[in-house]
Structure formats: C-alpha cells, structure tokens
Design a binder for this molecule. Structure first.
Ligand code: ATP
Ligand code: MG
Ligand code: MG
Ligand code: MG
Length: 565
C-alpha cells in the first residue's frame, strides 16, 4: 500500500471525551469515527486491524472444526417469543417494526436463529456433531456505551454454536473451543486469562470467559497461585435488572462521569455514611434500580456505577429487614454478614431490591445471591467472590487469590438443552427415538479485541501493535522523495522487494517532513520502520528501527531482510 493513495488522517490533539488510552489512540490514529453513541465507522486504517483479528479468529475456528455461515441481523419477534427472550432480554434488545407492523429485533446474539436453523436442517444423529460460526455485526442497546468500540452498541462478534446428541459430546466440544480460544489470544499476542464465569442472560451451565488483562478493564478477575482456579468477580452486570432510562438529574451527573471511584468518593458524593467494615452494599435508587455494587477497601476498591440516575433519598436497612420484605429465609442473600447494612430507598425500591435479589435466582441470573446446592446444582467450584481480597484462600482450598482487572474478549457456554428444548430442536438417535439437542455457544468480541490490544500495548508515542494485529508490519519511510528521484526509486524498489517477499509493507511516499512521518508511524503503531534517505543510499544502508526500540540501526539490505523475515 502506498500512503499517498490511502486515507490516513491522524491528529495530535487529545480527544476531550475519550477516557481510555485505546479510545484516545484509535481516534488520534483515525481508526474509528463516531457516528452516534456507541456506533462507529471503521476507517480504512481501522478496518485493516479489524480484518487481522478476524483472520486469526476465522483460521482457528476452522482449525477447531467449525464451519462458517452467515445469519441475518434482523430477526423476527416470533423466534424470540419461543425462548421467552423477547421480554427477558431486556433493554439491550433493539426492537424494530416494518411497514406491515411486523416486529423484529436487531440480533444482539444468535441462539434463536441458529437453533431454528438446526431444527430445520438436522434430523439424524448422523449429522452430529455440528459446529458453525459467523463473524457478524451485533447490536446491543447498552445503557452506557463508552470507551469507543470497547463497549459499543454496534460491534463485530464472532459467534459459534455447536450441536450434539449427548452432554458428553457437548463437553468435549466445549473444551475443544476453549483450547481454540487460547490459541487465538496467543496468536494475537495478548496477555490473557480464562476464568470461570457467571452464565449471565444467556443461561446454561458451564461457562468461561477470556479476559485480556488491563488495569482499565471493567471486570475484576481472581485466580489462585496454587491451582488452575480462576473466576470472574464481576457480578454487577448480572445483578442489574433491565430498566427504562429516566432523565439524569444534575446532582448525579457528577457521580456518573468517572467510570470508577472509590467507595469513599461515592459515599461522600451521595452523603452515605460508609462504615469501613462494610465491604459490599447495594444502592437502590428512587426509581427502583440497583445503582451500584460497592466493594471493600482493597484491590476491589472500585465501584461499578450502572444506573445512577434518579437517585433519591435513602435510608439504611438491615439485611433482616430486607429478608422480611422479601419473605426470604436467612441465607438467601448468600454468604454475607447478617449485620451488614444494605442501602435501601423507600418501599418502591425495596420492591426493586426484591427483584434484584430474587432475580438472582431466576433463569439467567445465576451466581448472584444464589444458594448453591439449594437453588441450583453445585458446580465444581463456584464461590461468591464479591468480598474476596487478594491474599484470601482460594475457594478450591489450593493456594491464595490474586486479583486483577480484565477486559472480557471471549465467552464460552455450555447451554445444554435450554434453547433446543424451548424451540423443539431434536434429531432421531440410533434407535429412531427423538432426542433434544445439546448445544454450546462461543463468542468473541472481534472489535473489542482491537481496543483491548491497545490498552495492553501502547506508549506515549502511540500504539504498539503485536505483529499479528498491525495494519502493516513494515513502514518504508522515504525522505524527500519529491526532490530526490534516486531516493524515491530506491524506496520503490525496496517496497516491491518486500512485497515480493510476502512482507506486508506500507510505503510512506506522502513527502512529509521526517518528524511528522515518524510520529505518524509511531502513533499508528507499525512494528518495523525502514528509512530510505540520500545518506543511507551513499552508505549502502537502510535506517531500521523496531517500534519497541529506542535507537535505530543502519542495516545493509541482507541484514534488513533477515530482520524482517
Ligand atoms: P460484557 O460483560 O462486556 O457486557 P457480555 O458478557 O454481555 O459482555 P457476551 O454476550 O458474552 O457479552 O458476548 C460475547 C462477546 O462479545 C463478549 O465476550 C465481548 O467480547 C463482546 N461484546 C459484548 N458486548 C459488547 C459491546 N457492547 N461492545 C463490544 N463488544 C462486546
Ligand atoms: Mg453485556
Ligand atoms: Mg460479561
Ligand atoms: Mg459474556
């Protein structure tokens, strides 16, 4: 690619409303442009990176035995009624109506559509197992789209689904996909961790999330130093019931702006007396929303502000009071200190509190507040980590916990027969008996990975792409091409030779001043830079610099090619 023919539009200015480095750098590099809240255009530059991620994901899915297909974004309401999710999915589901008043959703995920496909296509156990995937645009009407493409409303997901005759087959495929996910994130050059997950709104039994480790991550994850135990600590998302968005009040805007604050900060802002012994409390607003889950004074000393609008007056209520309101037995709220005060607002909010807590035991809201063994079968090791601190004993009894922040980039689920049952997806087994399919689903946030990678790989000068994700591996920068035909010709021939050697190269033939050109290439994050100048030509060398090195080196042609091979 010649930059003179490309559209590169970088900026030195720091965008005012971008909180995270990845968001700032994607805007400054001109990778994305905002069209509306949570809706972005991918520029030619951004798209090159997105396609890199896609390519790795596609290859590894295929290697794992999944076959590619493409399902529609627009999905009829009737399908979503079959699983009950037209209502249950909540506010994230974007609903549409056509000219005949028929109702549709813009797909936030594709369990319904793929199960419909399966029930029509699959009739015999001989067709099993089947694993399919697609790389496709999803829409979720996120309450708070933010951080650019990290939490967008329209985003690109790889979603895969598998169908099996037995639970054992599903389990085997699940671990096959789990391994494929590991290969994907390794190939992309990301530091990541797989953790046990809450099964969230999708429902089902076994589930793991893949997190890219980054301090800016919205999730907290914990793992043991003495075993394989690792889990997501994050519960606020699963706890918060979907609710309409009321107008924000002035006083709360202040609370709303920063993504995370300490318990003390918010307690002060809200005027809540915060006892230091209180490790976790739920705030419930006047409108009846869960506002936040506050966590103790340690590594988890951050707040997940979810729905802060409409906060009204509150009073302290003891857990016993809440249990009475809920008509629930002690122990219902999970492993908490009975003396622990909870924040409750008036009676309306108590109702919401009930929804919040009882919701924990509804389908799709599993971990939160659940009493394992009584409400749900005891899984291998599931623990309430809300009050966990670094250094606590691991729930599996092996080693102690480390706690860090992560960005969820992938999620695998064993859905079991939930969707197949609801939608009547069966096949005939060897005995000619109809059997309900067992199903798994496996998602990767393709567009989120781009932002997550930048969170992990950047410096003051800009992005530092891992090789597999870079828009180009090599930039050939030409000094003064317009006035020096010999230099221009040398750069052209180096460019063609690199291309012929299969090395993905961009030629910066824009004729900018060297400083500007180098700043652009650093901002955009090209891993290798080669400068072609009159002086280099005289000495028979190229000036080579790795994006991660402080100094450049003068290399002869052979040495340069060896370096870039
Ligand atoms: P989150 O907890 O971040 O809201 P999720 O658990 O709701 O994500 P899944 O339903 O598991 O998401 O979807 C699969 C993957 O899609 C996620 O692991 C994530 O990488 C990506 N994803 C989900 N929501 C978004 C979003 N709003 N913007 C970008 N990527 C997203
Ligand atoms: Mg979500
Ligand atoms: Mg999640
Ligand atoms: Mg998830």
């Amino acid at each position: 690619m010649r930059l003179s023919q490309f559209h590169l539009n970088t900026s030195k200015e720091t965008p005012a409303d971008a909180e995270l480095p990845s968001h700032r750098l994607m805007l400054r590099a001109g990778m994305i442009r905002k069209l509306a809240a949570g809706i972005y255009t991918w520029s030619p530059l951004g798209l090159r990176v997105l396609r890199r991620v896609e390519a790795v994901v596609r290859e590894e899915m295929q290697r794992a035995g999944a076959v590619e297909m493409l399902m529609p974004s627009i999905q009829p309401r009737e399908l979503w009624e079959e699983t009950g999710r037209w209502e249950k999915f909540g506010g994230q589901l974007l609903k549409l109506r056509d000219r005949k008043e028929a109702e549709f959703a813009y797909g936030p995920t594709h369990e319904e559509v793929v199960t419909d496909f399966a029930r029509n296509e699959l009739s015999s156990y001989r067709q099993l197992p089947l694993a399919v995937f697609q790389i496709q645009t999803k829409f979720r009407d996120e309450i708070r789209p933010r951080f650019g493409v990290m939490r967008a409303r329209e985003f690109l997901m790889k979603d895969a689904y598998s169908f099996h005759l037995t639970a054992e087959d599903l389990d085997r495929e699940y671990w096959n996909m789990y391994a494929a996910y590991g290969r994907i994130f390794e190939r992309l050059g990301l530091r990541f961790r797989a953790v046990l997950a809450d099964t969230g709104a999708i429902g089902g039994s076994a589930s793991h999330e893949f997190h890219v480790l980054a301090d800016s991550g919205e999730d907290a994850i914990a793992w043991s130093d003495g075993s394989d135990y690792a889990a997501n600590v994050e519960l606020a998302e699963a706890l918060a019931p979907a609710a309409p968005r009321p107008a924000a009040t002035e006083s709360l805007r202040e609370v709303e702006t920063p993504a995370q604050r300490t318990c003390e900060d918010v307690a002060a802002l809200l005027g809540i007396p915060l006892a230091r012994t209180v490790k976790s409390l739920a705030l419930v607003g006047e409108q009846g929303f869960v506002l936040a889950l506050l966590r103790g004074d340690h590594a988890l000393n951050e707040i997940k502000l979810r729905k802060v609008e409409g906060l009204g007056e509150y009073r302290m209520a003891t857990e016993a009071e809440i249990l009475e309101h809920l008509g629930a037995a002690p122990g219902f709220l999970g492993p908490v200190n009975p003396a622990r005060p909870l924040q409750v607002v008036a009676d309306r909010a108590v109702a919401a509190m009930a929804d919040f807590v009882v919701g924990a035991n509804r389908d799709g809201y599993h971990l939160a507040g659940v009493n394992w063994g009584r409400d749900l079968p005891e899984p291998a090791v599931v623990a309430d980590l809300r009050n966990a601190e670094a250094g606590d004993p691991s729930p599996d009894g092996k080693g102690t916990l480390a706690i860090a922040r992560g960005i969820e980039v992938g999620h695998v689920f064993q859905l079991g027969q939930k969707y197949a049952e609801a939608m009547g997806a069966t096949v005939l087994d060897e005995q000619g008996k109809a059997r309900v399919l067992h199903m798994g689903c496996y998602g990767i946030g393709v567009s989120r990975i781009v932002a997550a990678a930048i969170e992990q790989n950047h410096d003051e000068a800009g992005i530092r792409w891992p090789e597999a994700m870079a828009p180009w591996r090599v930039a050939v920068c030409v000094i003064n091409p317009k006035n020096d035909p010999a230099v221009a010709a040398a750069a052209e021939s180096l460019y063609s030779e690199l291309a012929a050697a299969g090395i993905d190269t961009v030629l910066d033939d824009r004729g900018l001043r060297p400083g500007q050109m180098f700043a652009d290439m650093e901002l955009v994050g090209i891993p290798h830079r080669v400068v072609v100048s009159a002086r280099g030509l005289e000495n028979g060398t190229y000036e080579y610099r790795s994006r991660s090195a402080d100094e450049s080196e003068a290399l002869e042609r052979a040495a340069l090619f060896a370096r870039l091979a």
